[in-house]
Design a protein around this ligand. Structure first.
Ligand SMILES: [Cu+2]
Length: 161
């Protein structure tokens, strides 16, 4: 509880420090808007160099009050659709939050291999947690494939908070 209050305080301090039209969102009552539901795509997040596609499914409505969670699934692009079998990208999967209008991010974001009830890793499936949008506005979520700490390829998801 205390830490949430502190986080909120920090977010409010940020808001009052920056002279941004985003402040209008705070005054509006509908602060929490539903995320962008872009048209369904065969390859919602494309990684053409790796020949992969990924989906990103929120497990809650992303907002600026609490951590959000999502499920990410990878599949082979040549198999054409989300119904293709999951495929392990065999690279480190990470996620980065970015607010382009103000040039800052937000951390931490945690990405873990998804495990089934028996504790076995489900190939190509990841749980994203600790997604914290520190203020309302337009955000980018970058899903990244890394090797030795270097980003090989990344794909963007737009989110309005
Ligand atoms: Cu900001």
């Amino acid at each position: 509880m205390m830490s949430r209050l502190l986080t909120l305080g920090a977010a409010l301090a940020l808001l009052s420090a920056c002279n941004s039209p985003l402040l209008n969102h705070v005054e509006a009552d509908e602060r929490i808007r539903t995320p962008n539901t872009e048209k369904p795509s065969e390859c919602p997040l494309a990684f053409p160099k790796q020949g992969l596609c990924a989906s990103w499914t929120w497990e809650n409505t992303p907002n600026d009050q609490d951590f959000s969670q999502a499920r990410v699934v990878f599949w082979k692009a040549s198999q054409g659709s989300i119904d293709a079998p999951e495929l392990d990208p065999a690279l480190t999967v990470s996620a980065k939050l970015w607010m382009p209008s103000m040039g800052h991010g937000s951390s931490p974001v945690s990405v873990q291999a998804h495990t089934d009830e028996t504790g076995n890793i489900v190939p190509g499936t990841f749980d994203v947690s600790k997604v914290f949008f520190s203020m309302p506005g337009d955000w980018e979520v970058w899903l990244q494939l890394k090797q030795d700490g270097k980003v090989l390829e990344q794909a963007k998801l737009d989110v309005s908070i």
